[in-house]
Design a protein around this ligand. Structure first.
Ligand code: MN
Length: 741
């Protein structure tokens, strides 16, 4: 008889059981009589309740509670009750099982914890608004911290969700990752769960800033061999002396978390190569409780005998532990090649507390001592309790010094953006996306229009207004704070300047040919001195941006010696010259938006009616695209003017400009062979108008063409239309409003 291949169900069942047994092995050291039965009961209930559910990755749902339970015991150090709760943490929320059933099977404590976990999920899924979110978070901490295991299991749940975030859709990834760095990582820190905190931060960064994350991870990988060698050499003499001490010990060299390296780079404004403490050496002593403190100091003395310590960098959390229970002795010493190395000295007990939080602490007290655990819960509650009535301030205080240098703001959709304190609306725009930063014309913070230089406050909701014609400006550099925004702006200005200078050089060379003059070094120097310029690039740039009068240049080039006396007459707007890109956006200066308060805000031209200078226009404040300029006779105008009059901004053109605007023309006529060439003759040759597109329909001897052209203003357009009407065969020429796209 042939054995059938195992089905997917059978394979999965085997895997589920394998994972369950691994969990049992991990809980074993904590198990008391009767615990095994409880665990089996919880596992069976969860398995059955989730049997038809799958995770986004396609795996059986039960993998998730099993994994959360494993984290709870192995990485946080909690016992059986918490493992039972972790196994059941999603059943009340996601399945038919009720809290009453849980209470009947597992008793009051488990039911209370599950209830807490269910309530937290509820808070999360419903809250969208910043202050709601903060207020809910505060409530969650204060009311649900009745049993701090609720929060610890929630952290394990979040950790597993972060580890498996890859299978979530992109927008969810960002939301969950932001929330993690905003709320859960500081929470883990506050509870002393350093390992969990670092991993949560690294995983958040992986999704909120994938480029930076990958870059640092790659560089860490690349420098690993070199670093390992350095650590090995550094340790050798210490190891020798420590062995002579006769105390069992372990020395590890551990790289710092990607997030903490990134924070260093940001805070100190340095590159990866310049971060000196990429790793810390950790000496872990196996020391009996009575001599812990003196043993740590003995190790300290060995280290500082070998290497010169930096007296400013000694931290003694052995004598006075941190509020969250952290105990360790830190010193920074000078290693080979003048490199500072951080050395952390602690005992095994201290190390476990540092990694897993205070929960681990109780393993070292008499086991089964409920009073001790209760005392711990009380202490955590005290830490979390805060009389501050304002939820946002509570969050700020809560985040301790760890995040004091950050500012948290939200997108209109509620996604969280973390920036360094002092960051402005423009930084925010660049943080969302480089393109959004480049096209940024203003922002609305908490629904009010603010300038780009507005410094963000915690909890601000920021909506970025953009315009397709916007270009980065050099004065932006005065009010962006992030390195990312700065370098992108500088690069864009440089690129633009180089591009314009190239164009300008072509124009200059052509003109010089026309003027029948050789470009000699001598002449160029005279020109530069005449116009007070530093280099030919400056000259080319000014020519291309039309900020130098060509007639004047011509006069000078033809008679340089004569003109030299009238130097004062050359007119270059020197003040504006520093502002290299402003001239390109001169369209903005040509539009006068009458309301003074927002006259600095840029605009976009509505594509439904393609307004051009000369048209009667009005501005309309849109929700997400800044101010849109419509023609008064735009088909949408009546609706907008009547329904949203409060969002209408009176606008008018100030003067004809050199900038071109898109307009549509419809031509009907007799389908004559010559008609198209006649039309293009007028457009391209006679009037030198740029055409963006032309499409032609022929029908029973009739011709209908739609043309999109770039014109300066209505006068320009009228001339063009008049000329087109004169083309043989053309019967009618009209302007049309709608974009053909
Ligand atoms: Mn879950």
């Amino acid at each position: 008889m042939e054995a059938a291949a195992p089905s997917r169900e059978e394979i999965e069942r085997g895997e589920i059981l394998r994972r369950y047994r691994a969990l049992l092995r991990a809980v074993k050291p904590f198990m008391k009589k009767g615990d095994k039965k409880q665990l089996r009961l919880a596992f069976d209930m969860a398995l059955d309740a989730h049997k038809d559910m799958r995770r986004k990755s396609g795996e059986p749902y039960i993998y998730h509670p099993l994994e959360v339970a494993r984290i709870v015991v192995e990485e946080i150090g909690l016992g059986t009750t918490s493992v039972v709760c972790a196994l059941l943490h999603d059943v009340v929320e996601d399945t038919e099982i009720t809290l009453e059933q849980i209470e009947k099977e597992f008793g009051n404590v488990v039911a209370r914890i599950i209830d807490g976990l269910t309530k937290i999920s509820g808070l999360y899924n419903k809250s969208t608004n910043t202050s709601d979110q903060a207020e809910n978070f505060r409530k969650m901490l204060l009311t649900l911290a009745d049993d701090v295991r609720v929060i610890l299991i929630k952290l394990a749940d979040r950790l597993h969700n972060m580890r498996t975030l890859d299978s979530m859709p992109k927008d969810k990834q960002l939301k969950i990752a932001s929330e993690t760095s905003f709320l859960f990582a500081p929470l883990a820190h506050r509870l002393g769960l350093y390992a969990v905190k670092s991993e949560l931060e690294d995983l958040s960064l992986k999704y909120t800033d994938p480029e930076i994350y990958k870059d640092i991870a790659r560089r860490l990988q690349e420098t690993k061999l070199k670093r390992d060698r350095f650590i090995r050499d550094f340790i050798v003499p210490i190891r020798k002396e420590m062995e002579a001490l006769g105390l069992p010990f372990e020395i590890k060299g551990r790289p710092k978390s990607i997030n903490s390296i990134y924070n260093k780079m940001r805070k100190q404004g340095v590159e990866f190569d310049e971060v000196y403490d990429l790793f810390a050496i950790r000496i872990i002593l196996e020391s009996p409780a009575e001599t812990e403190k003196s043993d740590c100091w003995r190790a300290y003395s060995i280290v500082t005998d070998m290497y010169q310590p930096n007296p400013n960098r000694l931290r003694d959390w052995v004598s006075t532990p941190k509020a969250n229970g952290y105990e360790s002795l830190h010193t920074t010493v000078m290693g080979a090649g003048g490199r500072w190395v951080e050395v952390q000295i602690r005992t095994k007990r201290m190390d476990e507390i540092a990694e897993k939080g205070l929960a681990a602490h109780w393993k070292y007290k008499e086991s089964g001592n409920d009073n001790a655990f209760d005392a711990w819960l009380t202490r955590i509650r005290e830490v979390l309790e805060n009389p501050e009535p304002n939820a946002l301030e509570f969050i700020d205080n809560f985040k301790l010094q760890l995040y004091a240098k950050d500012v948290f703001a939200f997108t209109p959709k509620g996604d969280l953006i973390k920036l360094a304190a002092g960051a402005t609306a423009l930084d925010f725009a660049f943080e969302i996306h480089t393109d959004i930063g480049m096209k940024c014309i203003g922002a609305k913070v908490n629904h009010k229009i603010v300038p780009l230089s507005y410094p963000l406050q915690n909890g601000d909701q920021v909506e970025i207004l953009t315009s397709s014609i916007q270009k980065p400006k050099s004065d932006w550099l005065k009010f962006v704070t992030t390195a990312k925004a700065k370098s992108k702006i500088k690069q864009a200005i440089k690129d633009y300047r180089r591009e314009m200078a190239d164009t300008g050089r072509d124009i200059f060379e052509k003109k010089m040919k026309q003027w029948k003059t050789q470009i000699t070094e001598e002449l160029m120097n005279k020109i530069l001195s005449q116009f007070k310029l530093q280099s030919p690039v400056d000259l080319h740039y000014l020519i291309a941006t039309e900020r130098i009068d060509l007639a004047q240049l011509k006069a000078f080039v033809l008679e340089p010696n004569k003109a030299a006396e009238s130097r004062a007459s050359s007119r270059i707007d020197e003040k504006n010259f520093g502002n290299l890109v402003r001239s390109n956006s001169s369209a903005a200066d040509d539009l006068l938006i009458i309301d003074d308060k927002i006259s600095k805000i840029d605009y976009t031209l509505a594509s439904c009616c393609n307004p051009i200078p000369g048209d009667e226009i009005f501005g309309f404040v849109t929700i997400s695209e800044g101010i849109k300029i419509h023609r008064v006779n735009c088909p949408n105008a009546v609706h907008l003017l009547s329904k949203y009059s409060y969002r209408v901004v009176k606008s008018k053109w100030t003067q004809a400009s050199e900038v071109s605007f898109l307009a549509g023309i419809r031509i009907t006529g007799l389908d004559d062979i010559g008609i198209i060439s006649g039309i293009s003759q007028v457009i391209s040759t006679d009037l030198k108008v740029n055409m963006r597109s032309i499409s032609v329909l022929s029908n029973d001897g009739m011709f209908e063409g739609t043309i999109m052209v770039f014109v300066n203003d209505t006068k320009h357009l009228d001339t063009l239309m008049r000329k087109l009407l004169q083309v043989k065969g053309v019967l009618k020429v009209t302007r049309f409003d709608s974009h053909p796209d």
